[in-house]
Design a protein around this ligand. Structure first.
Ligand code: PLP
Length: 396
């Protein structure tokens, strides 16, 4: 008896290759910073979510080192058995103060946070209204809940309201939850949160926002999209990640205490998967302290972003509907976007090509991520290479 052949996976891979949909995964052998070493080459890094340069910030490194010396490496267990350490609780209270919410629970990742919280709020017979461009981890969390998922048109409160009227007219008892990304990760646009909250209130629906790309970026000191729109206390659930602007690894759910109390009892990634490590947790604490105390990194992020986008527009590039440091450079064809990314890399600039299924077919793009730690000359260099490759492949 031999093993079952997995040849069908070879065929799937070949299909991806033929359609230009095979992602090139480069190997990075240095710290994440404005520059890094990818596939053995030192290049300018326009590919990471390290918005504020915290991923290799000395204060975070030092906090992690001290935590390892004091607390060791592993969390030992899932949190509900023996894995909740005082440093986890310390991080949670810092995040609660930073986000100006009532309580916070930390999890292993933003992905895990979505899987944990959504099934607690709705179940079979209930409704989720979900923006059609929501992140994959929201989509998976919705599936796990077994609620009926109704997708509304991207960032369209009128379509949300029409969907709610249609679905809820005969379902007066069912619970309803509206879920949206705060910042959409491939386009860099914002959810129209004030209008979404208003629609939700009219239909007695809870609102959940996944602020993965908003924390550390939007609002005073980077407190996130809820703060940006002045909606504190009006959004029931905020999901966040510690892996983007915060520069570490981990996720969290922030909101009313009753929500986090229940999550600690019944959130499956909380009770069945081990906790964040002491080092990650300590580093995340240091990141929150930096953001709380000083908004200069957030300000630099925005001045870099504004300058970069203004120059791209002047050159004739289309950056879609971006309102944030996520800067899509629209190409269209997936193969051409791959070529564009490869040519940039050969010229010393790393920026990933993004195509289907991450974005719709025919909307392939280069995704340039701006960081506070890019210097003016880094931006000049990036703009020059984008210009030259854009001319070479005929995008501008
Ligand atoms: C990146 C991202 C996540 C996943 O966060 P991780 O901490 O990396 O698991 C979840 N939601 C959104 C909207 C994201 O952009």
């Amino acid at each position: 008896m031999g093993a079952i052949s997995l040849e069908f996976l070879q065929e799937e891979l070949q299909r991806l290759r033929d359609q230009g949909l095979l992602t090139t995964i480069r190997t990075v052998s240095s710290a994440q910073g404005a520059h890094f070493v990818a596939d053995g080459r030192r290049v300018l890094n326009l590919g990471s979510n390290n918005y504020l340069g915290l991923a290799n910030h000395p204060a975070l490194v030092e906090a992690a080192r001290k935590a390892i010396e004091r607390l060791g490496i592993g969390p030992g267990a899932v949190r509900s058995i023996a894995g909740t350490m005082s440093i986890h609780l310390e991080l949670e209270s810092k995040l609660t103060a930073f986000k100006e919410t009532e309580a916070t629970v930390s999890l292993q990742s933003g992905f895990a946070a979505n899987l944990a919280v959504i099934p607690l709020l709705v179940g079979e017979g209930d409704f989720i209204f979900s923006d059609e461009l929501n992140h994959a981890s929201i989509i998976d969390g919705c599936r796990l809940s077994r609620a009926k998922v109704v997708r509304y048109r991207h960032a369209d409160p009128a379509d949300l309201e029409a969907a709610m009227e249609r679905e809820l007219s005969t379902n007066h008892e069912a619970r309803r939850l509206v879920i949206t990304d705060g910042v959409f990760s491939m386009d860099g646009d914002l959810a129209p949160l004030p209008a979404i909250v208003a629609v939700a209130r009219r239909h007695d629906a809870m609102v959940m926002v996944d602020d993965a790309h908003g924390e550390g970026v939007l609002g005073d000191h980077g407190r996130g999209i809820v703060h940006h729109f002045g909606l504190s206390g009006q959004v029931e659930v905020e999901v966040g990640t510690l892996s983007k602007a915060f520069g570490v690894m981990g996720g969290f759910v922030s909101g009313p205490r009753v929500l986090t109390d229940f999550l600690r009892q019944r959130g499956r990634p909380f009770i069945f998967s081990s906790a964040m490590t002491p080092a990650d947790t300590a580093a995340a604490c240091a990141a929150v302290d930096i953001l709380t105390g000083d908004d200069s990194l957030v300000k630099r992020l925005w001045s870099n972003t504004d300058r970069f986008k203004a120059e791209l527009a002047r050159m004739g590039f289309d950056t879609g509907r971006s309102q944030t440091p996520i800067t899509p450079v629209m190409i269209g064809d997936a193969q051409q976007a791959q070529t564009f990314s490869r040519l940039l890399f050969e010229r010393g600039v790393f920026a990933q090509a993004i195509s289907f299924p991450t974005v719709a077919r025919g909307q392939a793009r280069i995704r340039a991520m701006i960081s506070a730690v890019h210097s003016p000359s880094d931006l000049d260099f990036a703009l020059q290479q984008l210009h030259d490759v854009g001319m070479e492949v005929g995008v501008i």
